[in-house]
Ligand binder design. Structure first.
Ligand code: GLN
Length: 203
């Protein structure tokens, strides 16, 4: 079974570990560069993207992580994790770091400052039968996606988005997956299973 790390700086680390185990991976928390070098894939949980940038620097993980992602490490970012994986952040703080890996521009806290959270059922490319129940918490959206980026899910008719506009909230580029929402906060393991499959294929 593939070994998948969960970046353990902030956010729902335990929930991601449990989901990955259920999806057939060996899941391990990652806090140090030595631990990063052992994994076949990495999950970047939500939290606060500027704080996570700072923590990555103080744990001396920023450059090692950039290097592994540039070499093709499969990665899955949810919410703040999506922000970190993007090439550029709009409305980010000045000390926001980008890991790259996804040729997208994201907008931080995109659904409006007064909107803390909401939920929506989404059609998700590659996940059949029934929609994915998505939990959004001060979420970003993808404002611009490059040619190599596959859009997996969009949302409309929610706070900050009218019915005839679709905002991009899940993407994949090669073995890098990102969702603006938090699949680890629902009992549905299918998004994690999709990521475990990407890690297996990349191995
Ligand atoms: N708003 C947060 C940020 O800017 C992301 C929120 C989340 O990860 N739930 O990083």
């Amino acid at each position: 079974e593939p070994v998948i790390g969960v970046l353990a700086m902030q956010g729902a680390v335990r929930e991601h570990v449990a989901m990955l185990a259920e999806a057939g991976a060996r899941a391990v928390p990652v806090r140090r560069a030595a631990e990063l070098s052992e994994v076949d894939g990495l999950v970047l949980p939500g939290g606060e993207s500027t704080t996570m940038s700072r923590l990555l620097e103080s744990f001396e993980l920023l450059e090692p992580l950039r290097a592994r992602i540039a070499e093709g490490l499969p990665a899955f970012g949810s919410c703040a994790g999506m922000i970190l994986l993007a090439r550029q952040t709009l409305d980010g703080r000045p000390d926001q770091q980008q890991l790259g890996g996804l040729d997208v521009v994201v907008r931080r806290n995109a659904f409006g400052r007064q909107v803390d959270s909401f939920e929506a059922d989404l059609d998700f490319t590659g996940i059949a039968d029934r929609p994915v129940h998505a939990v959004f918490i001060r979420a970003p959206w993808v404002e611009k996606a490059g040619d190599g980026v596959e859009v997996l899910a969009t949302v409309s008719g929610v706070p900050g988005v009218d019915e005839d506009t679709a905002r991009i909230v899940a993407v994949r580029q090669g073995a890098v997956l990102a969702t603006a929402f938090h699949p680890e906060l629902t009992p549905d393991v299918r998004v994690h299973r999709l990521f475990v499959d990407l890690v297996r294929k990349a191995a």
